[in-house]
Ligand binder design. Structure first.
Ligand code: 13P
Length: 330
């Protein structure tokens, strides 16, 4: 096998190898600012850096996290001891990942829908990130979900962008995390989420294959199959887990080494319970986690910008990451 291909495959496998998961700490500066303000922290580049430094230097992080996804700003920052963030990831034993999309923007002629941008100049950006040690990348397509949405147009344009991104990422020797996210804030039920997720996965994999993406060198980051947060009929944890594994088994090719779920706004304990329930079901790929909020929210609340609560914040992160690693093994 070509050396480049082998490296992509082994990195993708390392990202999803049991029991560890991937910490998503790649909120854009704008999103991070809102989260900092919510816990009473003045949003500055230094505050964003301090928060990420707290997460990244959590003792023992590499026991339950294989990698960390970073925003471009963080990737370029130095920690308080002068190390670059990619260096600090290496020291911590976690793979550095970079979010390369530039966000979801309104989609023309599709009210309420978005297309994720960031393709212009992406080859050069990948070359630069590869030189600076990025092992993997992330691109998130955000798809609204209700009885009518996502539209075929939104699915097609976002799948096309995911394919272009993933091909450029692999060309640079960087494993792409392919993230088609159906949003869970509506009132749709479990069956509607299952149906839409199946459709989105079919179109996304068609696009990846058409654009030459090597499926053994990606990690898929999908939503779990759940009912919308506003749906009156909420499925049990076991029902959601079974639906998720069933739909993915029918629509995700077996060459994909692993699936690392996003949490999508689920309460941390619920996301962990879903993961544990899925671990007992058989699947052809690794089932892992790449949660953002479900890992970091408790830590952010406990720390709240207070240097004296730095260790408490790290302990709160440690609890959640370990719980999810344990859930994988259950
Ligand atoms: P959540 O787990 O908070 O949904 O975030 C994961 C992520 O990386 C979204 O792009």
């Amino acid at each position: 096998m070509h050396e480049h291909t082998e490296r992509l495959h082994s990195t993708a496998q390392a990202m999803v190898a049991p029991p560890r998961g991937i910490l998503a700490a790649d909120e854009s500066p704008g999103t991070m600012n809102k989260r900092l303000e919510k816990v009473g922290v003045e949003p500055t580049p230094e505050a964003r850096r301090d928060y990420r430094e707290m997460l990244l230097t959590t003792p023992g992080l590499s026991e339950s996290a294989s990698g960390i996804i970073l925003a471009d700003e963080t990737f370029n920052q130095e920690l308080s001891d002068g190390r670059t963030v990619p260096e600090a990831c290496k020291d911590a034993g976690v793979l550095p990942g970079i979010k390369v999309d530039t966000g979801a923007k309104p989609l023309a002629f599709s009210p309420g829908e978005t297309v994720t941008e960031g393709l212009d100049g992406l080859r050069d950006r990948f070359t630069d990130y590869a030189k600076r040690g990025a092992a993997f990348a992330k691109w998130r397509a955000a798809l609204a979900l209700d009885a009518e949405l996502p539209s075929e147009r939104a699915v097609l344009v976002n799948a096309h962008a995911l394919g272009r991104y993933a091909a450029l990422s692999q060309e640079a020797g960087i494993v792409p995390i392919v993230e088609p996210e159906l949003l869970m804030d509506g009132d749709h039920d479990l069956d509607r989420c299952a149906e839409a997720t199946a459709y989105v996965l079919d179109v996304v994999f068609m696009s990846l294959v058409a654009q030459g993406v090597d499926l053994a060198g990606i990690v898929l980051k999908p939503n779990m199959i759940v009912a919308g947060a506003k749906c009156a009929t909420q499925p049990s944890v076991e029902e959601a887990a079974a639906a998720t594994v069933r739909v993915l088994s029918e629509h995700v090719p077996k060459e994909v080494p692993g699936i690392a779920f996003l949490s999508g706004g689920q309460p941390p304990e619920q996301a962990t319970a879903h993961l544990a329930a899925m671990a007992s079901l058989s699947a052809p790929w690794e089932l892992s986690f790449s949660f953002g909020r479900a890992l970091v929210d408790p830590a952010l609340k406990v720390w709240a910008g207070d240097p004296d609560r730095w260790k408490d914040g790290q302990a709160a992160l440690d609890v959640r990451v370990r719980a999810n690693a344990a859930a994988r093994a259950s």
